[in-house]
Design a protein around this ligand. Sequence first.
Ligand code: CIR
Length: 254
Amino acid sequence: SIFKNVIAKTPGKSYVGGLTTSDLGTPEYDKLLVQHEAYIEALKKCGVEVTLLSPSEEFPDSTFVEDAAVLTSNFAVVTNPGADSRNGEIVEIESALKSFYKKFHYIKAPGTLDGGDILQAEDCFFIGISERTNEEGARQLKEILEGEGFEATIIPLEKFFHLKTGIAYLGNNKMVVAGEFVNHPAFDSYEKIVIGHEDEYSANCIRVNDYVIIPQGYSETKRKINEAGFETIELDMSEVQKQDGGLSCLSLRF
Ligand code: CIR
């Protein structure tokens, strides 16, 4: 599908104290801002119109806008993020989405769901159950999606933080997979681009129109994606990775 719009959000200074499980150290805010600007420029190069929200110091992780919504071409699902400190992020995202969508669905407590656990591949959705997305949240989303004519498969995660930490759909039936997804039967019908353990971080990449944006420093991943027929753009993601984030988390694309 062709994306016309992107919503992203400049990180605030509080970002450096946000949630993380990585032991990569404290992010450098100035360096992060440079990386975030490069990310926005890359998206523009892909031909999308970017709506850039201003920083919110009260929500340290709010630059990871992907977790607050699940979008399709004709409706939006406002999520119910599983981390308490992040839950309030949905207010601003819903209001930003009001300029683009008329039809909204909602994930409701006790269901929790993070957008990072949702992958769309044409008419099929995959919904991860994680530390953030519970069974009830997954069940609610599946019901919403099936009611709208999509297929939805629920995938309990073993190790990955979010579903999209280890998988990306590039279009043309091609699926980038790492770790527990490499041999997962749910993805058997796809042409798999397998990412090795060392390069696992680069499985979180994004196809945006004529390009696949990948993290910098993963030459094997770049080669595989180029061989699969896609042009790549590489971005330094070091300060994003320190807070468990990746390329997909930083934007809502629709
Ligand atoms: C968090 O723990 O919520 C953030 N530090 C990282 C969220 C990354 N989002 C994503 O993978 N969709």
